[in-house]
Design a protein around this ligand. Structure first.
Ligand code: ATP
Ligand code: MG
Length: 222
């Protein structure tokens, strides 16, 4: 379970303070799918960064099974994240000069030998529907939908209990979007906890809980 308690996030610039999130509390139950809707610029990516241990909140707490993420040292937090949290970045963050399969294993090459990582990466790439012909290609050679699929495979490589997806169906046509949502639904059925943010209201239809981030606050819709 994840407890987000009174989380606020602001940035301070020479022009003054910009408040992005204000006093947000949310409990994430294991094995459930949460969708957070909100317009562009609402603070969805910032919120996910705070939940995932990537961006310290200005005030408030993020607890994973009673462990306060931001009380851990940077190193311990990094280890915790790699073990428990899979993150699908909005802009993928692929390394362009590495093959697809290398991109999938890269986050873990310091933790585990390549010879055990490769078979796991290949199993996951096949599971997310990437054709073996694409494994040695470079990220720029993939379609948008394929990039989303590879990003999901990479996020799942460490067998995390939580999958955090930032706009995992962005810029896709309706058919590709539905395929991607069905894929997330498959992992949800395997017991994965999913936290997804998106601008696309249609994408929320399969989730267990739906919220909207608007005016720095989280409003429950479903
Ligand atoms: N380092 C920063 N300093 C100041 N403002 C920032 C910083 N990072 C992000 N912002 C601002 O925070 C707001 C929320 O950004 P965020 O990327 O979380 O929006 P979003 O809801 O994910 O939007 P989109 O749907 O377009 O991805 C934006 O107005 C952005 O300009
Ligand atoms: Mg965003």
């Amino acid at each position: 379970m994840i407890e987000i308690r009174n989380l606020s996030k602001s940035f301070t610039h020479s022009t003054g303070q910009i408040d992005i999130l204000h006093n947000i509390s949310l409990t994430i139950e294991k094995g459930q799918w949460y969708t957070i809707l909100g317009p562009s610029g609402a603070g969805k990516t910032i919120f996910l960064g705070c939940i995932a241990g990537l961006l310290p909140p200005t005030t408030g707490e993020v607890l994973y099974d009673d462990i306060e993420l931001y009380q851990l040292s940077d190193k311990a937090r990094g280890n915790y994240r790699r073990k428990h949290i899979g993150f699908v970045y909005q802009n993928f963050k692929f390394l362009p000069h590495y093959s697809i399969v290398d991109n999938v294993i890269l986050p873990f090459i310091h933790d585990e030998p390549k010879k055990t990582l490769y078979p796991k990466a290949i199993t996951l790439l096949e599971q997310v529907g990437i054709h073996p012909e694409l494994f040695e290609r470079f990220p720029e050679d993939l379609s948008s939908e394929e990039k989303h699929r590879v990003a999901i495979a990479r996020a799942l490589l460490g067998n995390p209990s939580i999958l955090i997806c930032d706009e995992p169906t962005g810029n896709l046509n309706a058919e590709s979007r539905n395929e991607l949502l069905n894929l997330l639904s498959f992992y949800r059925a395997q017991g994965q906890t999913i936290i997804m943010v998106t601008r696309d209201e249609e994408a929320a239809r399969l989730s267990d809980y739906t919220y909207k981030l608007i005016d720095k606050q989280l409003i429950k819709l479903k």
